[in-house]
Structure formats: C-alpha cells, structure tokens
Design a protein. Structure first.
Length: 198
C-alpha cells in the first residue's frame, strides 16, 4: 500500500492524476483525478457523496447507506420518500442536510447473483448515472463508496470485479466532475483499488 497522509484527513490516502484537470480539460470532459481514502464517507468534505442505496432509498439497506442516513439527519428520510424510490442501475439526488457535502447521490446497484443476471451492466449504469446526476447539480468533487460491494452482505459483488467496473466506467464516461474520491471502510478493499490504479 502506497498511501500517504491526506492533508491530515485520512490514515490511508493517495491521489492519482489520470489526466490534467484544468478548467479547459473539464470542459472537454477529460477523466477526473482519482483519489483513494480509508475512512468514514460521511465525513468527506466534497460537493457530493454517493450512497449505495436500495430501491426504496429509505436507508434500510444497512452498511454505508444506513450510516449516511443517520449522519445526515431526519430530513433525509422525508426527501427520499418524496423521490418515490429508484430503479436498479439508476441514481437520484437529495440535499445532504447535516453532512459537510452539499448533495447525496443515491445510486442503486444490483445484488450479485453469480454474474448471470446482467449485474455488470447494471453496476456500470449506476456509476454512469451517478456522474450524470453530479453534473446536473454542478458537483465538481464526488466521493464514492464501493457500490454493490458491502462485504457484510451475502449479495456482495466480487470486490475485484466491482472495483474494475467502477474505475473503467468513470474513466470512460464524459463528465465535468474534476475529482472522484473512492472512500473505502476497510483496508483490503482500498488495496484492490490501489493496485488497479497503479
């Protein structure tokens, strides 16, 4: 692991410049700069954080999604109820309320069913839609958790494949997002991203 201290913020952090991120490059849709962090995504100081939601968007899927709902306060539940749910592979946005971020992007990834039910296509769509929604609200910095990859779930996406899809999709999707920070809550997942990004 080659992570270094992140401005005093993260115990495991590394910034990876995959392309220039000047204003001109962002206008042309150049890939964002990747950052890796080990820690609590609810504490991220970014324009938007992504939560790995289920179709109800009610924060009842446990893990990172439940933590984001708890940290953002009771207003988030009312905002999510007004959205009327979200399809698998899609994403919707709400204010972040009590979080440091301005927006929460609720991305619904698929449950892993052995790879025979279009899971990769749906996960790719969830990342693409998250970037589209980020562009719609003008978010230049976005923190992503590993979507559909909660290690505590029996429907967890294989971590290596999930990370490959995340990185490949963000690199190939035109966006005005300048910085994408992958925030992992365990070192093993962080190391997968670190190895893939070189």
């Amino acid at each position: 692991m080659r992570a270094v201290g992140a401005r005093g913020q993260h115990p495991g952090f590394r910034a990876i410049a995959v392309a220039p991120t000047s204003p001109g490059d962002r206008h042309r849709g150049a890939p964002p700069r990747f950052e890796l962090a080990l820690g609590d995504i609810t504490a991220e100081v970014v324009d938007a954080i992504v939560t790995p939601a289920n179709q109800s968007l009610l924060g009842n899927s446990g893990g990172v999604d439940a933590a984001i709902h708890r940290a953002s306060g009771t207003e988030l539940l009312a905002a999510c109820l007004a959205l009327g749910g979200c399809a698998i592979g899609d994403a919707k946005v709400t204010p972040a309320f009590q979080l440091s971020a301005r927006w929460i992007i609720h991305a619904v990834g698929p449950e892993w069913q052995g790879g025979r039910a279009g899971e990769a296509k749906l996960l790719t769509s969830a990342y693409k839609r998250s970037l589209t929604v980020a562009d719609e609200v003008g978010a230049a910095t976005v923190a992503f958790p590993p979507i559909a990859n909660d290690a505590h779930s029996e429907w967890c996406f294989p971590p290596q494949e999930a990370a490959e899809i995340a990185i490949d999709t963000i690199l190939s999707t035109p966006t005005h997002v300048g910085v994408v920070r992958f925030v992992c809550d365990d070192r093993k997942t962080l190391e997968i991203y670190d190895q893939l990004l070189g």
